[in-house]
Design a protein around this ligand. Structure first.
Ligand SMILES: Nc1ncnc2c1ncn2[C@@H]1O[C@H](COP(=O)(O)OP(=O)(O)O)[C@@H](O)[C@H]1O
Ligand SMILES: [Mg+2]
Length: 267
């Protein structure tokens, strides 16, 4: 018979211990303690346009990503990778299918709930960076914090540190137009991380970076995964960063064809 440890006074019980404390019924305790996957997509479809111009970008995508996992998605240009990331990040509504993030049904959210969810839980690095040209590097990085309602002074201070962490301490006041592709990409990554999101979604995050800077960015992202249990979903063509993946999903023509585990070559 399982013996449950007693709640210690003046000490926070561990999660499992806490659930056992609430209920001694094993099945209920197990149900409550099992954390949902970071992402669970089932048969997601999405088409753009209508009539003869209709393009089927997603034709039934099934994808599950565990909490704390690094999942990379690879596939030829036009196969639907960016569309899939847009759905996962709540920026684009699919035509059909189900999508849960950390157990929450994001397709049921109102626009306001989606925005709140993104601001609290998701960091997104866009393929085209999406920096606002009239704002300095530091102001761009501060955007998620300002949208969360944090004071301007505090947001700019945090953004300054985020830019230093990204290796760009001297570019605080530079406008995006005066920066290289690699620098813009690092600012976009700093902006995706500044509000400490649980799920980090990156569309080609190392495409504009040289090998050494790309490795540095991946080391940083891996540090967040290993130390803070973040979940990473990365679309990439960059085979030099595959070593950082726990699994690699191969996508073509709007579908995930197979998923390769770390250290196991694709069949
Ligand atoms: N906003 C859009 N309007 C119309 N077609 C689009 C739009 N975005 C993407 N597509 C089309 O959907 C398909 C998948 O695109 P995308 O998701 O960007 O693929 P990938 O990121 O793998 O290159 C492509 O055929 C693309 O041309
Ligand atoms: Mg793309």
């Amino acid at each position: 018979m399982a013996v449950h440890r007693r709640h210690r006074y003046n000490d926070q019980p561990e999660h499992d211990e806490c659930i056992s404390f609430i209920s001694s019924r094993p099945c209920l305790a197990a149900t409550l303690s099992a954390s949902p996957p970071a992402l669970a997509c089932v048969q997601i479809t999405k088409a753009y346009g209508g009539g003869d111009a209709r393009v089927f970008a997603l034709r039934g995508v099934d994808l599950t990503v565990r909490d704390g996992e690094t999942m990379m998605i690879v596939g030829p240009s036009g196969c639907g990778k960016t569309t899939l990331l847009s759905v996962i990040s709540t920026l684009l509504a699919p035509d059909a299918g189900q999508c849960r993030i950390f157990g929450e049904d994001i397709l049921e959210f109102s626009e306001q709930e989606k925005e709140h969810f993104r601001l609290q839980r998701i960091g997104f690095v866009f393929q085209s960076f999406n920096l606002l040209p009239a704002l300095s590097a530091r102001e761009n990085v501060a955007i998620p914090l300002l949208l969360q309602g944090i004071s301007r002074a505090k947001a700019l201070d945090k953004a300054k540190h985020a830019l230093s962490d990204a290796g760009l301490p001297a570019k605080q006041h530079a406008l995006p137009g005066a920066l290289s592709g690699g620098q813009k990409q690092r600012i976009a990554i700093a902006r995706a991380l500044v509000h400490d999101p649980q799920l980090i979604i990156c569309d080609e995050p190392t495409s504009a970076l040289d090998h050494r800077t790309g490795q540095q960015v991946m080391e940083r992202l891996q540090h967040l995964v290993k130390t803070f249990g973040k979940t990473l979903i990365i679309v990439t063509h960059d085979s030099r960063i595959f070593e950082y993946a726990d699994r690699i999903a191969h996508m073509d023509d709007g579908r995930i064809l197979d998923i390769q585990k770390k250290g196991v070559s694709k069949s």
